[in-house]
Design a protein around this ligand. Sequence first.
Ligand SMILES: Cc1cc2nc3c(=O)[nH]c(=O)nc-3n(C[C@H](O)[C@H](O)[C@H](O)COP(=O)(O)OP(=O)(O)OC[C@H]3O[C@@H](n4cnc5c(N)ncnc54)[C@H](O)[C@@H]3O)c2cc1C
Length: 523
Amino acid sequence: MDYDFAIIGYGPVGATAANIFASLGYEIIVIDQNKEIWDIPRAVHFDGQTQRIFQSMGIMDQIDKIIDPAKEVKFLDAKGKELIHIGGMDERYQLNGYAEDVFFNQPKFEKILRNSAKKYENIKLKLGYELINLEANDENNNLKIVNTKSEECFTAKYVLGCDGADSFIRKSLNIESHDFNCDQDWVVVDYLVDEKFSIEDRCRYQICDYKRPTTLLPITDNHVRWEFMIKPDDDISNMENESTIRNLMEPHLWRLNPLITKESGTLLRSSKYTFHGLLAKDFKYKNCFLIGDSAHQTPPFLGQGLCQGIKDAYNLAWKINGIDNNNYSKKILDTYTIERSEVVTFAIETAIKQQNIIASQSMIKSFIRDLFLRTAAFFPKLLSFLSFSYPWNYSNGIIDNNLYPNDVNGIIIPQPNLKLRSNDLPFDQYIGNEFAFLLFKGDHFFLEKIKSMPNIKIFNNNIFHVDKNHIFNEDTEFFNWHNDKKLTAVIIKPDKHVYGAITDSMKIENIEKLIDKLHNDLY
Ligand SMILES: Cc1cc2nc3c(=O)[nH]c(=O)nc-3n(C[C@H](O)[C@H](O)[C@H](O)COP(=O)(O)OP(=O)(O)OC[C@H]3O[C@@H](n4cnc5c(N)ncnc54)[C@H](O)[C@@H]3O)c2cc1C
């Protein structure tokens, strides 16, 4: 076998996967038909969980320099009157230790990933090569790549299809996709306002105008993202034209700064996209895996397509690494599809709900929507689907959902304030990237009893007594989380989701049963 991993596609998801798997010591070959980063931004938004993954990759300091946290978003009616205002987004509780909604420039992000990958001698880049053949096998996949001059064949134990929406890997593996039937045509515009103007209002707008549903997002610095819905009676050939776009922007520009006119900036691009909701029926065949857009596509209204691709890579990494190093059973690879498709389905369905709110084209339906939103502004529960803050829970896969069912199982554990450190490490690094056992109650003797259990070796010494004097409990949200739920102990998965919990019990045999269950699930 020539390589441990062949990563097909060096877009943002492939580059993330290359960094994560290289850090685990694997020999990797990365193939992309393009040599350079695609210099046009597509994704513009990250969530808190995605930044937590960057923290684990050691690149969050650099990411921090290219992001702008969202402060507020407004939904407006056709006359520009406010329907809903969601404010204080940068001040609210940060479940993951980071602002839940931040904006960024995709090419700058991809540069960080590619620079970070340079430190790994175990990554071999073959850029300018296209994959043209894949023969999938359980242990040894055969691949053929070509460029303008030659063709090469090689083998890899695992293949990661990070090759985007039109995935060659997905087609080669005959994996079909479920279609959520939400296709809509929009023009996506990136506009750079001239330097001499500052963008004074950094609010993000959803302009729910049935005559032209529009999204207006200041991203970072003077970069503004616009999305204009294409209507059935539009002349499509005209929709990407610069003059059409400048006219579409004109009525809204004053929101950024009253001095900005339609000639006050450079059009970086205007492209027509059909927004889809698609989900591969399986993310895996033999030792080949779909990651990112090859596995799923979502309308962009939640800013989750790339975020979910990054979470795919993170989910798969601990599983493959656990099989190779800790001898977990290969059956756990089936949970890659189970866990990821559950969360991605939620992301797609929630994005479609937002799309339906924003993109109504009927005057009557818009009138009813406006009435609903104006009423809902007084009853926040009705707006929960617009909260822009989702826990991305698992309810299946590697999780205890029958021994001690508990609503914390499957959720991500809050990360205490990043300034709080133990052994000079923030919480996530402190508990490490493998399974961790956290005990919130009891004393030293109780902990020692736990440490003497036969199956405790699963944790590779990742056992922590986070009692009330522990520094992480100075974060009141974190303390209240386990205290209010009366948690005695939790098992945390390498991706920081809760596997299982013991509530309100100091019975050592209960803890032992949960650890034994995890052992059975993994081996
Ligand atoms: C308008 C818009 C707005 C968006 N906004 C957001 C957002 O705010 N937040 C968010 O999280 N997501 C967003 N997304 C989604 C996000 O852009 C995508 O999910 C993400 O870019 C997908 O990355 P990827 O690496 O999976 O695929 P790609 O970026 O498509 O990369 C695939 C790579 O594979 C290579 N490749 C393909 N086939 C082969 C082959 N046979 N051989 C060799 N190489 C091959 C290609 O050259 C390419 O480099 C948005 C998307 C759009 C269109």
